[in-house]
Design a protein around this ligand. Structure first.
Ligand code: SF4
Ligand code: SF4
Length: 441
Protein backbone atom coordinates (compact mmCIF):
# COMPACT_ATOMS: atom_id res chain seq x y z
CA UNK A 1 0.00 0.00 0.00
CA UNK A 2 1.24 3.47 -0.89
CA UNK A 3 2.01 5.81 1.98
CA UNK A 4 0.09 9.11 1.72
CA UNK A 5 2.20 12.25 1.24
CA UNK A 6 1.29 13.90 4.53
CA UNK A 7 0.90 12.69 8.10
CA UNK A 8 -1.43 14.16 10.74
CA UNK A 9 1.16 16.61 12.14
CA UNK A 10 0.03 19.85 10.46
CA UNK A 11 -0.55 18.79 6.85
CA UNK A 12 -1.49 21.60 4.42
CA UNK A 13 -4.99 22.56 5.61
CA UNK A 14 -7.94 21.49 3.46
CA UNK A 15 -9.82 24.78 4.02
CA UNK A 16 -6.80 26.83 2.88
CA UNK A 17 -6.32 24.60 -0.17
CA UNK A 18 -9.98 25.06 -1.05
CA UNK A 19 -9.58 28.86 -1.10
CA UNK A 20 -7.70 28.64 -4.40
CA UNK A 21 -10.16 29.19 -7.25
CA UNK A 22 -7.49 28.46 -9.89
CA UNK A 23 -7.86 31.91 -11.47
CA UNK A 24 -4.15 32.15 -12.35
CA UNK A 25 -3.73 35.79 -11.31
CA UNK A 26 -0.62 34.73 -9.37
CA UNK A 27 1.17 33.07 -12.27
CA UNK A 28 3.06 36.01 -13.75
CA UNK A 29 4.44 37.07 -10.36
CA UNK A 30 5.91 33.63 -9.65
CA UNK A 31 9.63 33.54 -10.49
CA UNK A 32 9.71 29.82 -11.25
CA UNK A 33 6.69 30.10 -13.57
CA UNK A 34 8.39 33.07 -15.24
CA UNK A 35 11.54 30.97 -15.71
CA UNK A 36 10.04 27.70 -16.89
CA UNK A 37 6.40 28.35 -17.79
CA UNK A 38 5.34 25.01 -16.26
CA UNK A 39 2.06 24.77 -14.37
CA UNK A 40 3.61 22.52 -11.69
CA UNK A 41 6.14 25.27 -10.98
CA UNK A 42 3.46 27.89 -10.39
CA UNK A 43 1.63 28.67 -7.13
CA UNK A 44 -1.58 27.22 -8.56
CA UNK A 45 0.23 24.06 -9.68
CA UNK A 46 1.89 23.60 -6.30
CA UNK A 47 -1.44 24.04 -4.53
CA UNK A 48 -2.86 21.36 -6.84
CA UNK A 49 0.02 19.02 -5.88
CA UNK A 50 -0.61 19.73 -2.19
CA UNK A 51 -4.26 18.91 -2.78
CA UNK A 52 -3.29 15.59 -4.38
CA UNK A 53 -1.04 14.83 -1.40
CA UNK A 54 -3.80 15.75 1.05
CA UNK A 55 -6.09 13.38 -0.89
CA UNK A 56 -3.77 10.45 -0.17
CA UNK A 57 -1.34 10.49 -3.12
CA UNK A 58 2.23 9.52 -2.13
CA UNK A 59 4.99 12.11 -1.88
CA UNK A 60 6.67 11.45 -5.21
CA UNK A 61 10.17 12.74 -6.03
CA UNK A 62 8.66 14.96 -8.72
CA UNK A 63 6.17 16.46 -6.25
CA UNK A 64 9.05 17.18 -3.86
CA UNK A 65 11.05 18.75 -6.67
CA UNK A 66 8.24 21.23 -7.44
CA UNK A 67 7.85 22.10 -3.74
CA UNK A 68 11.64 22.47 -3.36
CA UNK A 69 11.79 24.78 -6.36
CA UNK A 70 9.44 27.28 -4.69
CA UNK A 71 11.51 30.23 -3.48
CA UNK A 72 9.04 31.07 -0.72
CA UNK A 73 9.07 34.64 -2.03
CA UNK A 74 5.32 35.12 -1.32
CA UNK A 75 4.76 37.21 -4.44
CA UNK A 76 1.77 34.92 -5.05
CA UNK A 77 0.28 35.88 -1.67
CA UNK A 78 0.39 39.56 -2.67
CA UNK A 79 -1.07 38.82 -6.11
CA UNK A 80 -3.90 36.52 -5.05
CA UNK A 81 -7.32 38.23 -5.07
CA UNK A 82 -8.84 35.35 -3.07
CA UNK A 83 -6.50 35.73 -0.11
CA UNK A 84 -5.04 32.24 -0.43
CA UNK A 85 -2.57 31.66 2.43
CA UNK A 86 0.12 30.09 0.29
CA UNK A 87 2.69 31.09 2.95
CA UNK A 88 1.07 28.81 5.54
CA UNK A 89 0.46 26.07 2.97
CA UNK A 90 4.07 25.88 1.75
CA UNK A 91 5.52 26.07 5.27
CA UNK A 92 3.35 23.16 6.39
CA UNK A 93 4.22 21.26 3.22
CA UNK A 94 7.95 21.84 3.58
CA UNK A 95 7.91 20.58 7.17
CA UNK A 96 6.20 17.39 5.96
CA UNK A 97 8.74 16.99 3.14
CA UNK A 98 11.67 17.41 5.52
CA UNK A 99 10.29 14.77 7.88
CA UNK A 100 9.01 12.26 5.37
CA UNK A 101 11.02 12.47 2.16
CA UNK A 102 14.34 10.57 2.03
CA UNK A 103 16.81 12.88 0.32
CA UNK A 104 19.89 11.67 -1.55
CA UNK A 105 23.23 11.50 0.33
CA UNK A 106 24.50 14.52 -1.66
CA UNK A 107 21.44 16.62 -0.82
CA UNK A 108 21.62 15.61 2.84
CA UNK A 109 25.30 16.56 3.02
CA UNK A 110 24.70 19.93 1.33
CA UNK A 111 21.80 20.81 3.61
CA UNK A 112 23.69 19.62 6.70
CA UNK A 113 26.65 21.87 5.77
CA UNK A 114 24.42 24.89 5.12
CA UNK A 115 22.47 24.50 8.35
CA UNK A 116 25.60 23.84 10.40
CA UNK A 117 26.96 27.21 9.31
CA UNK A 118 24.46 29.93 8.40
CA UNK A 119 22.22 30.04 11.48
CA UNK A 120 25.25 30.41 13.75
CA UNK A 121 26.56 33.99 13.88
CA UNK A 122 29.64 32.96 15.88
CA UNK A 123 30.64 30.36 13.30
CA UNK A 124 30.07 32.86 10.50
CA UNK A 125 32.18 35.43 12.34
CA UNK A 126 34.98 32.87 12.72
CA UNK A 127 34.98 32.57 8.94
CA UNK A 128 35.66 36.29 8.54
CA UNK A 129 39.42 35.99 9.26
CA UNK A 130 40.21 33.31 6.66
CA UNK A 131 37.81 34.94 4.15
CA UNK A 132 39.40 38.35 4.64
CA UNK A 133 42.89 36.85 4.13
CA UNK A 134 41.64 35.09 1.00
CA UNK A 135 40.20 38.33 -0.41
CA UNK A 136 43.24 40.44 0.57
CA UNK A 137 45.67 37.97 -1.01
CA UNK A 138 44.13 38.49 -4.46
CA UNK A 139 43.33 34.78 -4.67
CA UNK A 140 39.62 35.56 -5.10
CA UNK A 141 40.20 37.68 -8.19
CA UNK A 142 42.67 35.13 -9.56
CA UNK A 143 40.18 32.31 -9.09
CA UNK A 144 37.46 34.30 -10.89
CA UNK A 145 39.74 35.19 -13.81
CA UNK A 146 41.15 31.69 -14.22
CA UNK A 147 37.74 30.07 -14.62
CA UNK A 148 38.65 27.69 -11.79
CA UNK A 149 35.77 29.03 -9.72
CA UNK A 150 33.21 27.43 -11.99
CA UNK A 151 34.97 24.09 -11.52
CA UNK A 152 34.39 24.22 -7.76
CA UNK A 153 30.84 23.03 -8.39
CA UNK A 154 27.81 25.29 -8.72
CA UNK A 155 27.07 25.67 -5.00
CA UNK A 156 30.64 26.47 -3.93
CA UNK A 157 31.11 28.78 -6.91
CA UNK A 158 27.88 30.58 -5.97
CA UNK A 159 28.95 30.87 -2.34
CA UNK A 160 32.35 32.24 -3.37
CA UNK A 161 30.88 34.74 -5.82
CA UNK A 162 28.31 36.01 -3.29
CA UNK A 163 30.76 36.77 -0.49
CA UNK A 164 30.87 40.54 -0.07
CA UNK A 165 34.05 42.52 0.44
CA UNK A 166 34.56 42.25 4.18
CA UNK A 167 35.11 45.37 6.22
CA UNK A 168 36.53 45.73 9.69
CA UNK A 169 33.91 47.37 11.93
CA UNK A 170 34.08 47.28 15.74
CA UNK A 171 31.16 45.38 17.30
CA UNK A 172 28.32 47.64 18.52
CA UNK A 173 28.21 48.48 22.25
CA UNK A 174 25.50 46.91 24.40
CA UNK A 175 23.63 50.16 24.89
CA UNK A 176 23.66 53.36 22.86
CA UNK A 177 21.81 56.37 24.26
CA UNK A 178 19.39 58.47 22.24
CA UNK A 179 20.72 61.75 20.89
CA UNK A 180 18.59 64.61 22.15
CA UNK A 181 15.25 63.81 23.76
CA UNK A 182 14.49 60.13 24.12
CA UNK A 183 11.41 59.04 22.17
CA UNK A 184 11.66 55.26 22.49
CA UNK A 185 13.70 52.43 23.95
CA UNK A 186 14.37 49.68 21.44
CA UNK A 187 16.23 46.38 21.38
CA UNK A 188 18.06 45.42 18.22
CA UNK A 189 18.45 41.99 16.67
CA UNK A 190 21.77 41.97 14.83
CA UNK A 191 21.16 38.94 12.57
CA UNK A 192 23.51 36.14 11.49
CA UNK A 193 24.64 37.11 7.97
CA UNK A 194 24.10 40.80 8.71
CA UNK A 195 26.37 40.81 11.77
CA UNK A 196 29.06 38.61 10.19
CA UNK A 197 29.24 40.06 6.68
CA UNK A 198 27.60 43.51 6.95
CA UNK A 199 28.59 44.92 10.36
CA UNK A 200 28.65 48.38 8.72
CA UNK A 201 24.87 48.06 8.15
CA UNK A 202 24.28 47.31 11.83
CA UNK A 203 26.55 50.20 12.84
CA UNK A 204 24.57 52.56 10.56
CA UNK A 205 21.28 51.22 11.96
CA UNK A 206 22.34 51.97 15.54
CA UNK A 207 23.46 55.51 14.62
CA UNK A 208 20.20 56.26 12.78
CA UNK A 209 18.08 54.95 15.66
CA UNK A 210 20.04 57.00 18.21
CA UNK A 211 19.83 60.11 15.99
CA UNK A 212 16.06 59.64 15.80
CA UNK A 213 15.77 59.60 19.57
CA UNK A 214 15.98 55.90 20.45
CA UNK A 215 17.93 54.31 23.27
CA UNK A 216 19.26 51.16 21.60
CA UNK A 217 19.89 47.99 23.58
CA UNK A 218 21.89 45.24 21.86
CA UNK A 219 21.86 42.04 23.93
CA UNK A 220 25.23 40.34 23.46
CA UNK A 221 24.09 36.71 23.47
CA UNK A 222 22.02 36.63 20.29
CA UNK A 223 21.56 33.53 18.19
CA UNK A 224 19.70 32.97 14.95
CA UNK A 225 16.02 33.96 14.86
CA UNK A 226 15.21 30.72 13.02
CA UNK A 227 14.29 32.27 9.67
CA UNK A 228 16.37 29.94 7.50
CA UNK A 229 15.13 26.90 9.42
CA UNK A 230 11.47 27.99 9.24
CA UNK A 231 11.64 28.67 5.52
CA UNK A 232 13.16 25.24 4.88
CA UNK A 233 10.78 23.09 6.87
CA UNK A 234 13.09 22.57 9.86
CA UNK A 235 10.48 23.51 12.42
CA UNK A 236 11.93 21.92 15.55
CA UNK A 237 15.23 23.65 14.92
CA UNK A 238 13.40 26.94 14.25
CA UNK A 239 11.50 26.58 17.54
CA UNK A 240 14.76 26.04 19.44
CA UNK A 241 16.20 29.23 17.94
CA UNK A 242 12.99 31.14 18.63
CA UNK A 243 12.91 30.12 22.30
CA UNK A 244 16.49 31.35 22.76
CA UNK A 245 15.65 34.72 21.15
CA UNK A 246 12.57 35.02 23.38
CA UNK A 247 14.67 34.27 26.47
CA UNK A 248 17.18 36.97 25.45
CA UNK A 249 14.71 39.69 24.39
CA UNK A 250 11.36 39.21 26.03
CA UNK A 251 12.46 40.19 29.58
CA UNK A 252 13.70 43.56 28.25
CA UNK A 253 11.43 46.50 28.95
CA UNK A 254 11.45 48.05 25.48
CA UNK A 255 8.94 49.74 23.17
CA UNK A 256 10.01 47.80 20.09
CA UNK A 257 12.35 45.10 18.84
CA UNK A 258 14.07 46.30 15.69
CA UNK A 259 15.42 44.23 12.84
CA UNK A 260 17.04 45.40 9.61
CA UNK A 261 16.98 42.10 7.68
CA UNK A 262 13.72 41.34 5.87
CA UNK A 263 13.78 37.53 6.12
CA UNK A 264 14.41 37.67 9.87
CA UNK A 265 11.69 40.28 10.41
CA UNK A 266 8.99 38.19 8.79
CA UNK A 267 9.91 35.14 10.88
CA UNK A 268 10.08 37.11 14.15
CA UNK A 269 6.59 38.47 13.47
CA UNK A 270 5.34 34.88 13.11
CA UNK A 271 6.71 33.59 16.43
CA UNK A 272 3.17 33.42 17.81
CA UNK A 273 2.20 30.80 15.21
CA UNK A 274 5.54 28.97 15.37
CA UNK A 275 5.25 28.40 19.14
CA UNK A 276 1.45 28.26 19.42
CA UNK A 277 1.63 24.64 20.61
CA UNK A 278 4.22 25.29 23.31
CA UNK A 279 2.44 26.14 26.59
CA UNK A 280 5.61 27.58 28.16
CA UNK A 281 6.34 29.94 25.28
CA UNK A 282 3.13 30.58 23.31
CA UNK A 283 2.17 33.80 25.11
CA UNK A 284 5.70 35.11 25.31
CA UNK A 285 6.19 34.38 21.61
CA UNK A 286 3.05 36.30 20.64
CA UNK A 287 4.05 39.21 22.91
CA UNK A 288 7.51 39.42 21.37
CA UNK A 289 6.12 39.17 17.82
CA UNK A 290 3.83 42.11 18.52
CA UNK A 291 6.83 44.32 19.28
CA UNK A 292 8.89 43.45 16.21
CA UNK A 293 9.37 46.25 13.69
CA UNK A 294 11.43 46.49 10.56
CA UNK A 295 13.76 49.49 10.91
CA UNK A 296 11.84 51.42 8.23
CA UNK A 297 8.49 50.71 9.92
CA UNK A 298 9.71 52.01 13.26
CA UNK A 299 11.29 55.13 11.76
CA UNK A 300 8.10 55.86 9.80
CA UNK A 301 6.01 55.43 12.97
CA UNK A 302 8.28 57.76 14.95
CA UNK A 303 8.58 60.36 12.19
CA UNK A 304 11.90 62.06 11.47
CA UNK A 305 13.51 64.49 13.91
CA UNK A 306 17.17 64.32 12.86
CA UNK A 307 17.89 66.88 10.13
CA UNK A 308 18.65 65.36 6.72
CA UNK A 309 21.54 66.74 4.69
CA UNK A 310 21.31 66.64 0.90
CA UNK A 311 22.49 63.51 -0.90
CA UNK A 312 22.67 64.22 -4.62
CA UNK A 313 22.44 60.64 -5.82
CA UNK A 314 20.02 58.49 -7.81
CA UNK A 315 19.05 55.14 -6.38
CA UNK A 316 17.02 52.13 -7.46
CA UNK A 317 15.05 50.68 -4.56
CA UNK A 318 14.62 46.89 -4.61
CA UNK A 319 11.77 45.39 -2.59
CA UNK A 320 13.09 42.43 -0.61
CA UNK A 321 10.38 39.77 -0.88
CA UNK A 322 10.18 39.15 2.85
CA UNK A 323 9.72 42.86 3.45
CA UNK A 324 7.28 43.68 0.64
CA UNK A 325 5.29 40.44 0.25
CA UNK A 326 5.62 38.84 3.68
CA UNK A 327 5.39 42.02 5.81
CA UNK A 328 3.65 44.43 3.43
CA UNK A 329 6.36 47.05 4.03
CA UNK A 330 6.78 48.95 0.76
CA UNK A 331 5.79 52.55 1.40
CA UNK A 332 7.89 53.20 4.53
CA UNK A 333 11.40 52.73 3.06
CA UNK A 334 10.44 54.71 -0.05
CA UNK A 335 9.03 57.55 2.06
CA UNK A 336 12.18 57.63 4.22
CA UNK A 337 14.44 57.75 1.18
CA UNK A 338 12.25 60.32 -0.60
CA UNK A 339 12.56 62.55 2.49
CA UNK A 340 16.29 63.07 1.78
CA UNK A 341 16.90 66.31 -0.15
CA UNK A 342 18.56 65.82 -3.53
CA UNK A 343 17.96 62.07 -3.61
CA UNK A 344 16.26 60.70 -6.71
CA UNK A 345 14.41 57.43 -6.25
CA UNK A 346 13.93 55.18 -9.30
CA UNK A 347 11.72 52.11 -9.61
CA UNK A 348 12.92 48.78 -11.01
CA UNK A 349 10.80 47.00 -13.65
CA UNK A 350 8.88 43.93 -12.41
CA UNK A 351 9.50 44.79 -8.75
CA UNK A 352 7.43 41.84 -7.53
CA UNK A 353 9.76 39.22 -9.03
CA UNK A 354 12.32 37.77 -6.61
CA UNK A 355 16.06 38.32 -7.25
CA UNK A 356 16.68 34.60 -6.65
CA UNK A 357 18.42 34.89 -3.30
CA UNK A 358 15.56 33.64 -1.10
CA UNK A 359 17.52 32.64 2.00
CA UNK A 360 19.65 29.69 0.94
CA UNK A 361 17.63 28.91 -2.20
CA UNK A 362 20.49 30.30 -4.30
CA UNK A 363 22.84 27.74 -2.75
CA UNK A 364 20.41 24.85 -3.20
CA UNK A 365 19.44 25.89 -6.76
CA UNK A 366 22.44 27.85 -8.07
CA UNK A 367 21.65 27.88 -11.80
CA UNK A 368 18.07 29.21 -11.76
CA UNK A 369 19.04 31.56 -8.92
CA UNK A 370 21.78 33.02 -11.12
CA UNK A 371 19.25 33.47 -13.94
CA UNK A 372 16.88 35.36 -11.63
CA UNK A 373 19.80 37.40 -10.30
CA UNK A 374 20.81 38.28 -13.86
CA UNK A 375 17.27 39.46 -14.65
CA UNK A 376 17.13 41.60 -11.51
CA UNK A 377 20.59 43.08 -12.15
CA UNK A 378 19.54 43.94 -15.71
CA UNK A 379 16.44 45.70 -14.33
CA UNK A 380 18.52 47.63 -11.79
CA UNK A 381 21.14 48.66 -14.36
CA UNK A 382 18.39 49.75 -16.80
CA UNK A 383 17.32 52.42 -14.31
CA UNK A 384 20.74 54.05 -14.71
CA UNK A 385 20.76 54.74 -10.96
CA UNK A 386 24.06 55.33 -9.14
CA UNK A 387 23.17 52.94 -6.35
CA UNK A 388 21.03 49.92 -5.51
CA UNK A 389 19.25 50.16 -2.16
CA UNK A 390 17.47 47.32 -0.40
CA UNK A 391 16.85 46.00 3.11
CA UNK A 392 18.10 42.44 3.05
CA UNK A 393 21.69 41.17 3.06
CA UNK A 394 20.85 38.24 0.78
CA UNK A 395 19.42 40.52 -1.93
CA UNK A 396 22.44 42.83 -1.76
CA UNK A 397 24.84 39.93 -2.25
CA UNK A 398 22.73 38.30 -4.97
CA UNK A 399 22.23 41.36 -7.18
CA UNK A 400 25.80 42.64 -6.67
CA UNK A 401 27.18 39.23 -7.73
CA UNK A 402 24.91 39.19 -10.81
CA UNK A 403 26.06 42.69 -11.81
CA UNK A 404 29.72 41.63 -11.44
CA UNK A 405 29.03 38.68 -13.74
CA UNK A 406 27.87 41.20 -16.36
CA UNK A 407 31.12 43.08 -15.86
CA UNK A 408 29.31 46.08 -14.35
CA UNK A 409 30.13 46.42 -10.66
CA UNK A 410 27.19 47.90 -8.81
CA UNK A 411 27.29 50.10 -5.73
CA UNK A 412 24.85 48.74 -3.13
CA UNK A 413 23.63 49.98 0.22
CA UNK A 414 21.08 49.18 2.87
CA UNK A 415 18.37 51.79 3.57
CA UNK A 416 20.01 52.37 6.98
CA UNK A 417 23.31 53.35 5.36
CA UNK A 418 21.62 55.92 3.11
CA UNK A 419 19.77 57.51 6.03
CA UNK A 420 22.94 57.46 8.11
CA UNK A 421 24.95 59.20 5.36
CA UNK A 422 22.30 61.90 5.03
CA UNK A 423 21.95 62.47 8.79
CA UNK A 424 25.74 62.69 9.21
CA UNK A 425 26.15 64.94 6.19
CA UNK A 426 28.51 62.53 4.42
CA UNK A 427 29.18 63.00 0.70
CA UNK A 428 27.23 60.76 -1.70
CA UNK A 429 30.55 59.19 -2.79
CA UNK A 430 30.72 57.33 0.53
CA UNK A 431 27.77 55.30 -0.78
CA UNK A 432 28.59 55.09 -4.47
CA UNK A 433 32.32 54.35 -4.17
CA UNK A 434 32.72 50.71 -5.03
CA UNK A 435 34.80 48.58 -2.74
CA UNK A 436 37.32 46.62 -4.80
CA UNK A 437 35.39 43.51 -5.56
CA UNK A 438 36.88 40.35 -4.08
CA UNK A 439 35.83 38.44 -7.14
CA UNK A 440 36.24 41.01 -9.87
CA UNK A 441 37.75 39.80 -13.02
S1 SF4 B 1 -3.43 31.14 -5.55
FE1 SF4 B 1 -4.89 32.83 -5.73
S2 SF4 B 1 -4.28 33.90 -7.60
FE2 SF4 B 1 -3.29 31.89 -7.66
S3 SF4 B 1 -4.71 30.60 -8.81
FE3 SF4 B 1 -5.24 30.34 -6.64
S4 SF4 B 1 -6.84 31.84 -6.23
FE4 SF4 B 1 -5.89 32.44 -8.17
S1 SF4 C 1 6.24 31.67 -3.06
FE1 SF4 C 1 7.19 32.62 -4.88
S2 SF4 C 1 8.18 30.88 -5.95
FE2 SF4 C 1 6.74 30.00 -4.46
S3 SF4 C 1 4.86 29.67 -5.62
FE3 SF4 C 1 4.67 31.70 -4.64
S4 SF4 C 1 5.43 33.16 -6.18
FE4 SF4 C 1 6.12 31.10 -6.82
Amino acid sequence: MEIPAFDADRPPRADLLADCVHCGFCLTTCPTYVLWGAEADSPRGRIHLMDQGAGGEPLSPSMVEHFDRCLGCMACVTACPSGVRYDTLIEDTRAQVERRHPRSARERALRAAIFALFPYPRRLRLLRGPLWAYQASGLAALLARSGLRERLGPTLATLESLTPRLRRVPPPPRRVPARGSRRAVVAMITGCVQSAFFPQVNAATVRVLAAEGCDVIIPPAQGCCGALSTHNGRRDEARRFARAIIDAFQPLDVDAIVINAAGCGSTLKEYGELLAGDPAYAQRAAALAGKVRDLSELLAELGPVAPRHPLPVSMAYHDACHLAHAQGVRAQPRALLAGIPGLELREIADPEICCGSAGVWNLLHPEPAAELGDRKAAGVLATGADLLVTANPGCLMQVAAAARRRGVPLACAHTAQVLDASIRGLPAETLTELPVSPTAG
